[in-house]
Design a protein around this ligand. Structure first.
Ligand SMILES: Cc1cc2nc3c(=O)[nH]c(=O)nc-3n(C[C@H](O)[C@H](O)[C@H](O)COP(=O)(O)O)c2cc1C
Length: 172
């Protein structure tokens, strides 16, 4: 595996087998998030690893597109300060999430970011302190379809380079 291959091939995986993820692999994934850069090196995040089936099922009810969490082997709940405090908070969280997804991919573990629409219910469920907030969770597990980790990028799956790049000035 090299970094560019991982970036090219990692797809959102939403269907998982029942196999648990060994503890040391889960730790390795979170460790990759811990190593992410952050504005002013604040590292103002905290990660809750959820594996309890009841907790996963409850989490799956806290977002409109969160159902996959009910069948995940684990979830990593990404806690941050209030995102309204500064723009960099979700930028930092996004980078930690991306690092964790790439580390998971390298270990053969599928993942997908899941948006939390009901953060207050998440707080009740997980009991984290007021200074933390949650907007995103990663679902994790061994993919039901193993080829989903290594399948070629699907046509039209990403905008083309010319659609997203300008040189020196907008549109040129
Ligand atoms: C900030 C963010 C929030 C997302 N929220 C959800 C979500 O709530 N449910 C879901 O199934 N996928 C969610 N996704 C996954 C995206 O739909 C997925 O990354 C995108 O469609 C690209 O998929 P691909 O990498 O397989 O091409 C989210 C992704 C990001 C970056």
């Amino acid at each position: 595996m090299d970094v560019s291959q991982a970036i090219r091939m990692k797809r959102a995986v939403r269907e998982f087998t029942d196999d648990p993820i060994p503890e040391q692999l889960l730790t390795a994934v979170v460790n990759a998030g811990r190593r992410a850069q952050s504005a002013k090196n604040r590292q103002a995040w905290h990660f809750i690893i959820a594996q309890d089936r009841e907790v996963l099922v409850e989490l799956s009810q806290l977002g409109q597109f969160a159902k996959q969490l009910a069948g995940a082997a684990a979830a990593i709940v990404i806690l941050t300060p209030d995102p309204a405090e500064r723009w960099s908070i979700m930028f930092d969280a996004g980078q930690a999430a991306a690092y964790m997804q790439l580390a998971a991919w390298e270990l053969g573990i599928g993942s997908c970011p899941v948006s939390i629409y009901e953060p207050d219910r998440a707080r009740e469920l997980l009991g984290f302190p007021p200074k933390f907030h949650v907007r995103a969770v990663l679902s994790l597990g061994y993919p039901k379809d193993p080829s989903s980790l290594t399948a070629s990028p699907h046509a039209g799956g990403r905008k083309t380079l010319s659609e997203v790049i300008s040189y020196d000035r907008w549109g040129s």
